[in-house]
Design a protein around this ligand. Structure first.
Ligand code: GH3
Ligand code: MG
Ligand code: MG
Length: 364
């Protein structure tokens, strides 16, 4: 899922994520560009008619056939659920535009030289539809493969054929250089976006998920739970009398105690559970697939783990109060995540009122 943090991923996974994001960007930008390709392909018939009034109709047959294929692939990718065909179809359209233009130009007595200029422009658009450099290499190889039979079939003077080969190779070289520049900037933008996304969801002190990340995660987990009929539980923790630690040992010692608490709480949970910093000295855990009974046991484990922890530089330990709420105890199955948090919060405050260093769940 794209919302998951990218930290801790292998270079291969990051590369896959980069290509996936490029594909998504390509689909977002290119769903409608086939119209302009078809129009340009057909529009050049006017030029053909101007330079060679006797033969432009012969050329138009190739233009019309090419435009028809471009339109067909374009309209197909717009059907519901077919957008993922776009990266392949974009390549097909480039090749069709290239082949149709070459054939069309070869029908004209004059104007083949201009046709070659058109081929160069089409080849350069490969940088626009390539996912990355490897993809661009693939496109350029396809271009070479597609143009070989075209050059064998068209009837133009040998000099024009040699000219075509030279200009096509130059265009491919230029496209490769351009592709490198674009790839570097795309990768930089991807890394920046990834870091921003991660930082916006990470608490800088404890490195846990922050409140925003936990809110999103909770909504996702509650929806998943409601769909599949399994419970999800939320645990809200608040360190007891934490202000006293700051007052007595200073803010830095308080920060260190928060970092240590985060580690201790993390170790009390399963890997599939989420732990985040909900506020100043408050933590939230989300336990997918865990019912109220199980969550109360986990909460008790968290409470005990904090109670027995010896904090560096603090002569006394600290304790934590906990409120637990579970989705399966709520009558309304379409219930909102915010209400579940509210429930846990109310139980946390009951734990405070009843003397702190305790867990309040549905069972008590
Ligand atoms: P209670 O048992 O009722 O929760 O008492 P408390 O003192 O923990 O509660 P209160 O909400 O009055 O105070 C929370 C304290 O947590 C106040 C603030 O100094 C401290 N705190 C919040 N965020 C941080 C932080 O990032 N670093 C440090 N060092 N202290 C923090
Ligand atoms: Mg608090
Ligand atoms: Mg507190």
């Amino acid at each position: 899922m794209s919302d998951e943090p990218t930290s801790g991923r292998s270079p291969r996974e990051i590369d896959a994520a980069f290509r996936e994001s490029r594909t998504r960007a390509l689909i977002a930008v290119n769903l409608n560009t086939f119209w302009s390709i078809a129009i340009i392909l057909l529009g050049f018939a006017l030029w053909d008619a101007y330079v060679d009034p006797a033969h432009w109709r012969n050329a138009f047959i190739y233009r019309a056939a090419g435009a028809a294929i471009v339109m067909a692939t374009g309209l197909f990718q717009q059907l519901p659920g077919k957008a993922h065909w776009l990266p392949v179809f974009a390549k097909v359209r480039l090749l069709i535009a290239l082949v149709a233009s070459a054939f069309a130009a070869s029908m004209l007595d004059r104007g083949y030289g201009f046709g070659v200029a058109g081929l160069v422009v089409i080849i350069l658009t490969g940088t626009y539809i390539a996912i990355d450099n490897r993809d661009l290499l693939r496109i350029n190889m396809l271009i070479v493969v597609a143009l070989v039979p075209v050059l064998l079939l068209i009837s133009v003077p040998p000099f024009d054929k040699i000219g075509t080969v030279v200009f096509v190779l130059l265009a491919i070289a230029a496209s490769t250089l351009l592709g490198r520049v674009i790839e570097v900037s795309n990768r930089r933008a991807f890394a920046l976006e990834r870091d921003l996304h991660r930082d916006a969801r990470t608490d800088s002190l404890t490195a846990l998920d922050n409140r925003r990340a936990m809110l999103e995660r909770g909504r996702v987990e509650l929806k998943r739970a409601q769909r599949s009929g399994v419970p999800v539980s939320v645990i809200l923790c608040d360190l007891d009398h934490f202000k006293n630690i700051n007052d007595k040992y200073g803010h830095e010692a308080g920060d260190a105690a928060l970092i240590r608490s985060a580690m201790v709480l993390r170790l009390a949970l399963r890997e599939s559970d989420a732990l985040g910093r909900w506020g100043g000295e408050e933590f939230m855990a989300i336990l997918p697939g865990t019912d109220a009974q199980g969550a109360a046991e986990v909460a008790e484990r968290m409470r005990l783990a904090i109670a027995v922890t010896k904090f560096d530089g603090l002569s006394e330990g600290t304790t934590i109060s906990i409120g637990v709420a579970s989705s399966e105890q709520l009558e309304d199955p379409g219930m909102e995540w915010d209400l579940l948090i509210k429930e846990a919060d109310q139980r946390l405050y009951r734990a405070k009122r009843e003397g702190r260093n305790r867990v309040v769940s549905a069972s008590r």
